[in-house]
Design a protein around this ligand. Structure first.
Ligand code: CUA
Length: 338
């Protein structure tokens, strides 16, 4: 039985292969719980079936024997489960404390969850939409939410932590580079990262990656990430942000209406507002729409735009990118007004 379950686990019916330093401990406890549960289910269900078959009531006048209690039996079935339950508690609590206490030499990354994506901020101010970290170094994550409750979940690391608005949660992990075969020849390795708390429309698309690096590969990545707009025109940088900051989930570039207005015929065209006015979209309109979502009250759209964490430089690049989309617009029977 145990070998079948162990096999099932390595073949991926259960969780993916563990990659963090404490994943083994989590798996041991998980297996222990599973085996204990399977054992008692089989014993109890087996005895029930056995007793039904072995001791049926043969005559309507049959009465049960007059046993009232059996001290030895009662003590046994109290003490054994107590020991098992206490062992689960102590083992689990020990692990919980380990996982809740980041080592003091940890490298710190700020994780921001928002509808519907992830943003990672590094000590030097660099940001990314995927979590890049070095191996062989404890990584402390400070978790915050811009809007609703999300949950940071990396199955391979056995990490799951709620990301709650209005407070900072923390968690940590460390990955052994040698064990995971992250070496000079294979300097990076990717793992899936999910949101594990239902958070609205695009919850299922709130996925990202954790990318493990050797220390050398990580420092060169960080250097590049610190200057993301480098070598790009503002429009190119904006195009990159349009994808990475999840604008693309709700705003098309081809004129089709998604959750939000398309960026194709946006800049330079009038937009109908709920108050009855129809201003022409200019730079200020776009900027305000990004930094104070839903403040205009555009007619025909729900006020569901989330506040996306963006630096000033990023907002500028996005405004430039959105402006540039209007150049591609060919209105039927008319010229652009700007
Ligand atoms: Cu965020 Cu589900």
């Amino acid at each position: 039985m145990i070998s079948i379950l162990a096999q099932a686990q390595t073949k991926g019916i259960s969780l993916p292969e563990g990659a963090s330093t404490y994943s083994e401990q989590v798996d041991w406890l998980w297996n222990y719980l599973t085996y204990v549960s399977v054992f008692f289910t089989v014993v109890i269900a087996g005895l029930m079936v056995l007793f039904v078959l072995r001791f049926p009531r043969k005559h309507p006048d049959d009465q049960p024997h007059g046993h009232t209690h059996n001290t030895a039996l009662e003590v046994t079935w109290t003490i054994i489960p107590l020991i098992i339950v206490m062992s689960i508690f102590l083992w689990g609590f020990r692990g919980f404390l380990d996982m809740a206490t980041p080592p003091s030499n940890s490298y710190e990354v700020l994780v921001t969850g928002f509808k519907w994506g992830w943003n990672f901020t590094y000590p030097n101010g660099a940001t990314a939409d995927e979590l890049h970290v070095p191996v062989d170094k404890p990584i402390k994550l400070i978790l915050e939410s811009k809007d609703v409750i999300h949950s940071f979940y990396v199955p391979a690391f056995r990490i799951k932590k709620d990301v709650v608005p209005g407070r900072y949660n923390q968690t940590w992990f460390e990955v052994d580079g040698k064990k995971n075969n992250i070496t000079f020849e294979n300097p990076t390795k990717e793992y899936d990262l999910f949101c594990a708390e239902y958070c609205g429309l695009n919850h299922s698309r709130m996925v990202s990656k954790v990318i493990l690096h050797t220390p050398e590969s990580f420092s060169s990545w960080l250097e590049k990430a610190s200057d993301q707009g480098a070598g790009l025109t503002p429009v190119e940088y904006g195009a990159k942000l349009y994808k990475s900051k999840t604008c693309a989930q709700c705003h098309s570039l081809n004129g089709s209406k998604l959750i939000g207005p398309s960026f194709l015929n946006n800049y330079g065209y009038p937009v109908e507002l709920k108050d009855g006015s129809a201003p022409i979209v200019d730079e200020n309109f776009i900027r305000q729409a990004i930094v104070q979502p839903n403040s205009h009250g555009i007619k025909g759209y729900q006020p569901v735009m989330p506040a996306i964490p963006l630096s000033d430089q990023e907002v500028t690049a996005l405004v430039t990118f959105i402006k540039a989309q209007s150049d591609k617009y060919q209105p039927e029977g008319g010229e652009a007004t700007a």
